[in-house]
Design a protein around this ligand. Structure first.
Ligand SMILES: [Zn+2]
Length: 411
């Protein structure tokens, strides 16, 4: 049997954006998908197929995937595990191939959230019916989310997971919805679950106790120890409900450098060199600064001041640095215009606009094409409500039809 592996499923465009005070425009969500793809992330949970303002964005991103611009990453949508959500998802987003279906499994939520509408038995029935329907409508892979798995009775969680597997689910998402697990409890529980159910597990953790990365890698280790693949859920810059999900870059660093984790096989597609770019972009898009002490990415992650540390780091970086800044895509100088700068905004004219694109070395076939892209860039500025970054400008010029779709909403 092949050695089990650890893959990453990033949920920035789902758990990240459903967080209080966090918003991403549909263009920004698209850019995150593109960067995640460049970073070799296995799958992006790219949004909500039953939420109508997502429809054009989701369909447009699936078109990008079909055209090869968003490949090999898998784009997967999050819905509730109900037949109704499955039906709506395929009606609004007919080309969707990957879904995660979510339902609560703890006594707390079954009793106090469903309030008699569902009991333990009907939770399993609802979920299995939804999984089967999703395959009938064209799904290729389904993950089943056990919401509040960390507070779910172990025997019920196993029964639920076996039923999901029988219905055709490819993975079970173990959700530590409240962030109450510790590395010790999650290791034990995931090991039991993986051994009993024999199905790949997703590890979805929250940071309410500051344990999110530790819990995520402990869970992944347990799954691999039991012989199944693990899929850690991450968010760029550790966004996510309340105190956040597992920070994407911290998880990769922990899998590469934490004690004994080198014995486990991280998906070899992962390219950590994209770390700096995606974190900086997400920080700008979220309008949330990166803390100076953020692992790998913070301003202080490779800064030394005290005499002994500075001397030691200069003599040999391994004295005080666990990994190299180059590995995270850091170290290139960033050029900031200090003289005249023409920017492209919602009221731009053609001359200034052409100047902006000349600097990006993007040429247009004729005036009509330039005028069309200019119009789209104006809309993009209204849509984002902040100046566009170079990669966004390039994306619009490269994929004007897709950009048009992304900016279009019909409430
Ligand atoms: Zn969550």
């Amino acid at each position: 049997m092949a050695k089990p592996k650890i893959y990453l499923i990033d949920v920035t465009n789902r758990d990240g954006v459903q967080t209080s005070r966090i918003c991403l425009s549909k263009l920004e969500k698209t850019m995150i998908n593109l960067y995640l793809n460049e970073m070799g992330i296995f799958q992006s949970e790219f949004g909500f197929p039953v939420t109508r303002h997502e429809t054009n964005y989701l369909n447009a991103n699936l078109e990008l995937a079909k055209a090869g611009a968003l490949s090999p990453i898998r784009l997967e949508g999050w819905i509730r595990a109900t037949k109704e959500d499955v039906r709506t998802a395929f009606k609004l987003v007919p080309q969707i191939k990957h879904l995660n279906l979510s339902i609560s499994t703890s006594d707390q939520m079954i009793v106090h959230k469903f309030k008699g509408k569902l009991d333990h038995k009907s939770v399993i029935n609802e979920m299995t019916e939804a999984v089967k329907d999703a395959y009938k409508l064209g799904a290729e892979s389904i993950g089943v989310n056990a919401e509040d798995a960390s507070r779910t009775r172990m025997d019920y969680l196993i029964e639920f997971s076996l039923a999901a597997k029988d219905a055709g689910a490819k993975r079970i998402r173990y959700c530590d919805t409240l962030g109450c697990d510790s590395p010790f409890t999650i290791y034990e529980r995931i090991k039991l679950l993986a051994e009993a159910a024999g199905i790949p597990l997703e590890i979805h953790c929250h940071n309410d106790l500051g344990l999110v990365v530790a819990n995520s890698i402990a869970g992944a280790k347990a799954a691999n120890d039991a012989g199944v693949d693990a899929y850690i859920n991450t968010c760029v810059n550790g966004m996510g409900e309340r105190a956040g999900n597992a920070d994407l870059v911290s998880v990769i660093l922990a899998l590469k450098y934490a004690g004994s984790m080198q014995d486990y096989q991280l998906d070899e597609q992962i390219n950590l060199k994209m770390a700096w770019k995606i974190c900086k972009y997400a920080s700008y898009a979220f309008s949330v600064p990166i803390p100076i002490n953020q692992p790998g990415i913070g301003a202080n992650a490779f800064a030394h001041e005290s005499g002994i540390h500075a001397d030691g780091a200069l003599k040999d970086r391994r004295n005080y640095e666990l990994y190299d800044f180059e590995e995270l895509g850091r170290g290139e100088p960033e050029i900031i215009e200090t003289g005249r700068k023409i920017t492209a905004g919602e009221y731009s004219g053609i001359k200034g606009f052409r100047n902006v694109y000349e600097k990006l070395e993007v040429a247009f076939v004729d005036d009509a094409e330039a005028a069309r892209v200019l119009e789209l860039v104006r809309y993009a500025n209204v849509h984002n409500q902040k100046p566009l970054v170079d990669d966004e400008l390039k994306f619009i010029a490269q994929h004007p039809d897709i950009a048009h779709k992304i900016f279009t909403m019909n409430p």
